[in-house]
Ligand binder design. Structure first.
Ligand SMILES: [Zn+2]
Length: 311
């Protein structure tokens, strides 16, 4: 049986440490929140890719094993959740290697994929993708093809494609889902956008991707299910941050359930096999100067299929 599919990804991090202050210790809530999410996925029979932060994996070693044992894929979300383009390259390489090693040892399998903290690979730092391939990773999912004050690569292709590194290696890139509306490209299907926007926005985005013959990349954090976190954590949270990060968490469980009953999802490792990596067009060549994306071919050209075995 052949079914269209989309890609569900989970960034496993502890909200106070990842978002409020990177110096804070990893708390306990990430464990209960991840368990709650695993339960929802299990009920719906959905398999996802979990990008686990290295610090979380070190603080809670059994959590990564539980994720893998439940049939999900484990990728790396880096180590500290600091912006990767803001840190020295040597630190980026060291943190990347450390996070991959801890995850690999915990799950006993190779780690194939990476997502940068806060999508912190922008148009200015595309060269960082080179180091992912050098670490043996097969794919990345850090680029957001939008204009945004803190992140984004507006020229990036909006469907899965390949990046050719200067070394000759290639890496698959799964960009975050977006929706083109008139001349604007808007974010969809993830995190705060999933929480703050009505359900139909995500549904529309996934429908559009399916019609265009491409899987959409969705993302969510376990903490977005935690409705009491903002009231219970012992830290002072600025009012605007409290609003942007805490609002509508109560809606997330129901939205996910609706999404899972309307669409099929799979892991990125499965998608790499199903799409046929060699079939994907090269959108970015890091060996060229200046480093910049080629224009994306028109609909139907240079794009992967949205079809996969029933997974
Ligand atoms: Zn994150």
């Amino acid at each position: 049986m052949i079914q269209p599919f989309h890609l569900l990804t989970i960034d496993v991090e502890d909200w106070p440490q990842s978002t409020l202050n990177h110096a804070l210790p990893i708390g306990e809530r990430v464990v209960a929140n991840t368990h709650a999410l695993l339960e929802i996925l299990d009920e719906a029979g959905v398999r996802a890719t979990f990008f686990v932060l290295g610090k979380v994996a070190e603080a809670h070693p059994t959590l990564t094993r539980e994720i893998a044992a439940a049939g999900h894929e484990v990728g790396t979300h880096g180590y500290s959740h600091e912006s990767v383009e803001a840190m020295p390259v040597a630190k980026f390489k060291e943190e990347l290697h450390r996070s991959i090693e801890v995850l690999r040892q915990q799950i006993g399998q190779p780690v194939l994929g990476h997502r940068a903290a806060d999508f912190s690979i922008s148009s200015r730092s595309l060269y960082l993708l080179e180091y992912l391939a050098a670490e043996g990773l097969a794919y990345d999912s850090s680029l957001f093809p939008i204009r945004h004050p803190r992140y984004g690569v507006p020229s990036a292709w909006w469907t899965p494609h390949r990046v050719r590194c200067a070394s000759g290696q290639t890496l698959v890139e799964f960009p975050m889902a977006t929706v083109r509306f008139a001349e604007m490209v808007l974010p969809a299907a993830g995190g705060g956008y999933f929480r703050l926007f009505p359900y139909w926005w995500t549904h529309l985005a996934l429908q559009r991707f399916a019609r265009a013959g491409s899987p959409a990349t969705c993302y969510i954090h376990p903490y977005e299910l935690d409705v009491s976190e903002m009231h219970e954590i012992p830290y002072r949270v600025p009012r605007l941050l409290r609003w942007s990060q805490g609002t509508n968490r109560r809606s997330v469980r129901r939205k996910l359930q609706r999404l899972f009953s309307a669409f099929r999802f799979t892991t990125m490792a499965t998608a790499c096999e199903a799409l046929g990596v060699e079939q994907l067009a090269v959108g970015l060549d890091l060996g060229r100067s200046p480093v910049a994306y080629a224009p994306q071919p028109a609909r139907g050209k240079g794009r992967g299929k949205c079809l996969a075995p029933d997974v």
